[in-house]
Design a binder for this molecule. Structure first.
Ligand code: NAP
Length: 235
């Protein structure tokens, strides 16, 4: 049975991806800041800390064998007018969203290279399609993830490893509801639904379905792609 690691797997989209992959027959371990204590393959690791990632991966490998599937879903949003944005805030958003992906890919790559097979899916953001005011650091960081995805796909394709990105748009998670609560969505979720072509909010299962496909054997000819899952809000 192949082993997948999902970062940010304790909440929202990451949780949905972990559940979907488990039902698809994969062994799934998660990395998160606050792991689910009832899940014995849920590990605490901050994706900005390579030592914590290495320790968690070593424990996972001991339990399950090599890790050949990685879904980078841990993410940190930020809202600030650009003139008020400090470099520390800019850097923290890059640390989690970009450097976290760097550390996790580096940590699992030896297993994938040894197996001659691997799947990496990076969860970016639909905000990268068109930009987003007050989210310059977040959009820049997620755009870097899309760029990294394309470059890694070219570099790792000959080794049997595919690398793709899924930029979600408007998915019903704690992150989105928190933004609604503090007025960062510019209106209630219901208003956005009316402006969404498929007339509903997305769910973690929508993103998980795309990830499950990209991870499957059938998707072996798909790499370096940015597969938008956003109800048609971005085309
Ligand atoms: P969520 O429910 O807040 O889940 C994010 C998870 O990542 C949380 O469990 C969080 O832990 C964890 N995390 C944050 N920083 C971490 C770190 N340094 N190390 C390890 N784990 C960390 O949010 P979500 O909506 O599911 O978002 C999942 C991904 O989708 C993110 O990358 C986000 O940017 C992206 N996304 C979401 C939407 C959307 O509409 N929801 C749209 C575009 C992109 P804590 O909660 O303990 O901090």
């Amino acid at each position: 049975m192949k082993t997948a690691v999902v970062t940010g797997g304790a909440s929202g989209i990451g949780l949905g991806i972990a559940q979907r992959l488990r039902t698809g027959g994969y062994t799934v371990a998660t990395l998160d800041l606050n792991p689910d204590n009832d899940d014995d393959l849920a590990y605490r690791a901050d994706v900005t800390d390579p030592e914590e990632i290495a320790a968690a991966l070593s424990a996972i490998r001991d339990r399950t064998g090599p890790v050949t599937i990685l879904v980078n879903c841990a993410g940190l949003e930020g809202f600030k007018r650009f003139p008020d944005l400090t470099f520390a805030e800019w850097q923290r958003v890059f640390d989690v969203n970009v450097h976290g992906v760097f550390h996790c890919v580096q940590a699992v790559l030896p297993d994938m290279l040894a197996a001659g097979w691997g799947r990496i899916v990076n969860i970016s953001s639909s905000s990268t399609h068109s930009g987003q005011p007050f989210m310059s650091h977040y959009v820049a960081a997620k755009s870097a993830v899309n760029g990294l995805t394309k470059s890694l796909a070219l570099e790792l394709g000959p080794s049997g490893i595919t690398v793709n990105a899924v930029p979600p748009g408007f998915i019903d998670t704690p992150m989105l509801r928190k933004n609604e609560e503090v007025g960062r969505l510019g209106g209630p979720v219901e208003d956005h639904i009316l402006r969404t072509p498929v007339r509903r909010i997305g769910t973690p299962a929508d993103i998980a379905a795309a990830c499950a496909f990209l991870i499957s054997e059938e998707a072996g000819y798909i790499t370096g792609q940015i597969l938008g899952v956003n109800g048609g809000r971005n085309t």
